[in-house]
Ligand binder design. Structure first.
Ligand SMILES: NC(=O)c1ccc[n+]([C@@H]2O[C@H](COP(=O)([O-])OP(=O)(O)OC[C@H]3O[C@@H](n4cnc5c(N)ncnc54)[C@H](OP(=O)(O)O)[C@@H]3O)[C@@H](O)[C@H]2O)c1
Length: 309
């Protein structure tokens, strides 16, 4: 057989693998797109705990879950904002409590920090955990201060790991299934230069969720326990204070729409950008060569930073 024949064979195998990858991804998007909400299975009158719950996506989750009759535990930094949001959530006819925590402090003594949240919620039947807290600093990585780097890691990485560890065990002992939603980002899929520390952290969150999901599934099966629906949520741009410079971009969605769509796919898939607009983002991101995306994203972010300075 000629050398050309071997080249053709390699070409056909590579094309086949790429097609298989696209097909699986497309099937996954389709499944998420067609999913219907089923929140009753998590147990009536149970509680949802949301970190970073006084603004943006966290507040969106708090409102949507309260409208679906979940009692709400709000965990955030500012006591005044917490009191005001707690009042708003109670107006939906559910119970709400607030825990004031500054997550930038969590790496100082993580055990004490996260055990405190565990203890304050011990008597409540928490069925849904939304690990939403996160923070981003846009610009050149080498210009960022040590505090900016430390805070991004403290908010984007530590809470997801510790909260999942504490609550997974509690949830596995429930009589009903439970759910953990970890906020990653569409920026976890490829390099987004100019958001270097943030997007690397979000990639960590995504892989952590998929890995933990498999471990929890194994544990639940072996110990004959109710499972936990794990979701790595990878939205594109959501209209929140975090991205106020990008409100004019196309495909921006509201925090409520983000939450509503996430709850629709919960239990059906383990990762999703959830809204059709953001599925377009995700598909594009996955299929644009990473080095092109890195260049374009850096230019866009630096342009926006210059405009604002
Ligand atoms: N917005 C997007 O386009 C987008 C896209 C993809 C992924 N995400 C992810 O979604 C999550 C939420 O983003 P967002 O845009 O909704 O954020 P956001 O609008 O900035 O909301 C931040 C929330 O977190 C709280 N918070 C901030 N710093 C805190 C701290 N040190 N300790 C305790 N609470 C603190 C704020 O409370 P205070 O008001 O008390 O400060 C507020 O409730 C993040 O993980 C983000 O990475 C967002």
């Amino acid at each position: 057989m000629s050398v050309l024949w071997y080249f053709e064979l390699v070409g056909v195998i590579i094309a086949g693998l790429m097609f298989f990858d696209w097909f699986c991804e497309f099937y996954y998007y389709l499944r998420a797109y067609c999913a219907h909400k089923n929140l009753k299975k998590y147990g009536r009158e149970s509680w949802a705990l949301i970190t970073g719950a006084t603004d943006g996506i966290g507040l969106g989750f708090a409102k949507v879950l309260a409208k679906n009759n979940f009692n709400i535990i709000l965990v955030s930094r500012n006591p005044d904002k917490l009191a005001s949001v707690e009042g708003e959530i109670k107006s939906y006819g559910v119970q709400a409590i607030s825990i004031s925590k500054d997550f930038s402090k969590c790496p100082e003594n993580p055990e004490e920090f996260f055990n405190d949240i565990d203890e304050k919620t011990r008597d409540l039947d928490v069925s849904i955990l939304v690990n939403n807290i996160g923070w981003a600093v846009a610009g050149h990585f080498h210009d960022s201060t040590p505090q900016e780097v430390a805070n991004q890691n403290a908010l984007n990485i530590w809470p997801i790991v510790y909260m999942t560890k504490i609550f997974a065990r509690r949830m596995l002992n429930r009589a009903f299934p439970s759910a953990i939603i970890n906020l990653s980002s569409v920026g976890s899929l490829v390099p987004v230069s100019g958001l270097t520390v943030y997007c690397a952290g979000k990639s960590f969150d995504h892989l952590f969720t998929l890995d933990a999901n498999e471990e929890i599934r194994y544990l639940a099966k072996n110990e004959k326990l109710k499972g936990i629906d794990m979701l790595s949520l990878q939205p594109g741009l959501v209209q929140t204070p975090l991205i106020k410079d990008f409100y004019s971009k196309p495909l921006v969605i509201s925090p409520e729409s983000c939450a509503e769509n996430a709850l629709r796919v919960l239990g059906k898939v383990n990762y999703s950008s959830v809204h059709w607009k953001h599925m377009i983002y995700a598909m594009g991101y996955r299929n644009i060569p990473w080095y092109i995306n890195a260049k374009v994203s850096l230019k866009t972010l630096l342009k926006s930073n210059k405009r604002n300075s």
